[in-house]
Design a protein around this ligand. Structure first.
Ligand code: GLP
Length: 239
């Protein structure tokens, strides 16, 4: 399903999907995305928590990805971003939200552990997703295997450049990351992907209409039985 609407409406629809799930199943497993696009959704969920009693007390959360090597309190560490944007603003116990451990000594082991934690939680019920201008999802850059699992990756020069705006200097952007694989992400029962802005138009076009290919990692979503793509006019302009 592809919905083309204004930002406010998209935010509401994504929040509705989360709310419906959490109200129906208080121990739901949510997949959390970073990047700037999903942030209004977290704000809206916080509002619904404060004003409408939406509770995350029993929910569990799993992040999509994490930078390697950022200290625990680094403002761009994704686990910390997620705490600040949602977890600590609602009634969600911190220990119920996990991310891949970018500070682990044995990174491949940390990736395997992470996969196991997701499996033990019973898999992800609803996964929020953004998309990179080059069609990456999480940190699965072009060329990623469509069946890939959580693993260590190098960021492309493009993504490091795109994300440099969040850091004091471009050199500070980590070179490596841990990311759920496209195979991992595909196992979530419902995928909700948000994209806004004209720079996302080529990626959205490939996602919706392109041939399934590792060249555009997001095209793997075409194989999934339950995907909601939420885009504004600008991001939909290539369709
Ligand atoms: C980052 C994240 C992705 C995100 C993408 C787009 O690299 N790892 O999960 O979807 O960039 O970010 P934004 O929403 O800021 O455009």
């Amino acid at each position: 399903e592809v919905v083309i609407a204004e930002q406010r409406e998209l935010t509401g629809l994504a929040a509705d999907a989360v709310e419906r799930l959490v109200r129906e199943e208080p121990s739901a497993v949510l997949g959390l995305a970073t990047g700037s696009t999903p942030m209004p959704v977290y704000d809206e969920l916080v509002r619904r928590h404060r004003e409408e009693g939406l509770s995350f007390a029993g929910a569990r959360g799993f992040l999509l990805d994490e930078y390697v090597g950022l200290s625990r309190d680094h403002p761009q560490r994704y686990r910390r971003v997620i705490s600040q944007e949602i977890v600590e603003r609602v009634d969600w116990p911190e220990e119920q939200v996990l991310g891949p451990d970018g500070l682990a000594e044995d990174l491949p082991e940390a990736c395997a552990c992470y996969e196991q934690s997701i499996a033990e939680a019973g898999g992800i019920d609803l996964q929020l997703l953004g998309i990179g201008a080059d069609g990456h999802v999480a940190f699965n850059e072009p060329g990623s295997s469509l069946a890939s699992r959580t693993r260590v990756k190098s960021l492309t020069a493009q993504t490091r450049e795109d994300n440099a705006r969040f850091f004091d200097s471009p050199e500070e952007v980590p070179v490596h990351c841990l990311t759920q694989g496209l195979g991992t992400i595909s196992e979530a029962r419902h995928l909700v992907l948000l994209a806004t802005g004209e720079h996302k138009a080529p990626a959205v076009r490939q996602l919706v209409e392109g041939a399934i290919s590792a060249r555009w990692p997001a095209t793997v979503l075409q194989l999934h039985p339950h995907v909601t793509v939420l885009v504004d006019e600008a991001a939909a302009s290539g369709l």
